[in-house]
Design a protein around this ligand. Structure first.
Ligand code: UDP
Length: 372
């Protein structure tokens, strides 16, 4: 008899939801985490009473009432709505692309006239079937918007030409002909009151968690004590990179405490000009309408992932997708290992999607286990 039913490698959202649900079903879980804290990239560090999103801003949004109720059963969420600004060469614009943005750019305030202008710009480019991010963006919003807000930001964010990037990335962003600065289209949106650690603590309540444990260092011993492994780290690392590395985009965060109550008046400002080396500045207190005396801001500098740095965004271009396919064929053959989450699935997941994927994986496993 093994000591644990599941050894869960990684205490981010996928691992925590999986552990929670399996524990509820009577399974014995051990969660290991290589960092010295739980929560993966949703972890917040408290600085002078401000919850700092240490690994990048996380704004919860979903259309799925079930997922919304699920997260709210662990911690109540506030009614924060993400409405970032764009700074292009010192000028400020509203995001996502909506009537406010169009008015600020062209001084046209009538939706019909704006639609006509964008349509003309789109037609001029004559793109019939967009195959990459640049063509997709131009065929959504035309060249003006593309050049001011998308090209520079995207190329520094991804370190690749927009023509070499998959088009689905830009489909995430809404385009609206109303004066509506809500960055997301989803019905439910907010930030956990008191920070994301409360969500993770709620999910992992009563479950054995060991932080500072590196799966790859103690792999042989760890697999002895468990029936199955749930792996949420990098898929290529699991196989010792034997078919080469999958590429990721990494980030360097420059956090700074400032002795003033309000630095930029909004949670996020995107710097869309290629010449500014960072992509955005986040001011964390605004996620929770903070009234603290000071403030914490974070500049995000994108960089290519290399051994030793943190992997944040999968790069779903053709070369990487082909390599991923090779690793996935190996993964499919594993009978005792389950792969899940942004890194192991190499997917540009949002939080609600990760939770949904963990819930559905648990359901499938329980069903398969109970089949005669
Ligand atoms: N994007 C852009 N300009 C912006 C914001 C986003 O061109 O001001 C593009 C960019 O390619 C980015 C993608 O839209 O990678 C998705 O943006 P999102 O804000 O969803 O990225 P995330 O919050 O996941 O980093």
């Amino acid at each position: 008899m093994k000591k644990y039913d599941f050894l869960i490698v990684g205490s981010g959202l996928f691992g925590s939801v999986f552990a929670h649900e399996m524990t509820k079903m009577g399974k014995k879980c051990l969660v290991i985490e290589k960092r010295d804290h739980k929560g993966g990239n949703v972890y917040c560090e408290s600085v002078e009473g401000i919850n700092v999103h240490k690994y990048g801003p996380h704004i919860f949004h979903t259309n799925d009432k079930g997922i919304w109720d699920y997260v709210n059963s662990f911690v109540e969420f506030n009614n924060f709505i993400y409405s970032p600004l764009a700074n292009y060469q010192g000028q400020l614009f509203n995001l996502p692309f909506n009537m406010n943005t169009f008015y600020q750019l062209w001084k046209i305030g009538n939706p019909k006239e704006v639609e006509k202008k964008i349509k003309e710009q789109i037609e001029k480019e004559n793109i019939t079937a967009p195959q990459n991010l640049e063509d997709q963006a131009i065929s959504m919003v035309g060249a003006d918007i593309y050049n001011v807000f998308i090209k520079g930001y995207t190329e520094k964010q991804w370190g690749r030409k927009a023509k070499e990037l998959p088009k689905f990335i830009i489909k995430r962003l809404p385009v609206r002909f109303t004066y509506d600065n809500n960055y997301f289209n989803d019905t439910y949106q907010g930030i956990p009151i008191g920070g994301y650690n409360k969500l993770i603590d709620g999910l992992l309540d009563g479950i054995e968690v060991r932080t500072g444990v590196d799966f790859f260092k103690d792999r042989n011993e760890l697999i002895q004590i468990t029936d199955r492994v749930v792996f949420t780290g990098k898929l290529d690392e699991f196989y010792d990179y034997k078919f080469g590395h999958l590429q990721y985009r990494s980030l360097r965060f420059e956090h700074k405490y400032l002795n003033l109550p309000n630095y930029q008046g909004v949670a996020g400002i995107n710097f869309t000009d290629l010449n500014v080396p960072y992509t955005r500045i986040i001011e964390h207190k605004h996620f929770e309408f903070g009234k603290q005396k000071g403030t914490v801001i974070t500049k995000e500098y994108p960089q290519e992932w290399s051994l030793g740095s943190e992997a944040f965004y999968p790069i779903n271009d053709r070369m990487n997708m082909e390599r991923l396919g090779v690793y996935q064929r190996l993964a499919k053959k594993e009978e005792k290992v389950i792969f899940g989450g942004r890194l192991a699935e190499y997917k540009y997941y949002d939080m609600h999607q990760v939770i949904a994927s963990a819930l559905s994986k648990v359901k499938k496993i329980i069903q398969a286990d109970t089949m005669p």
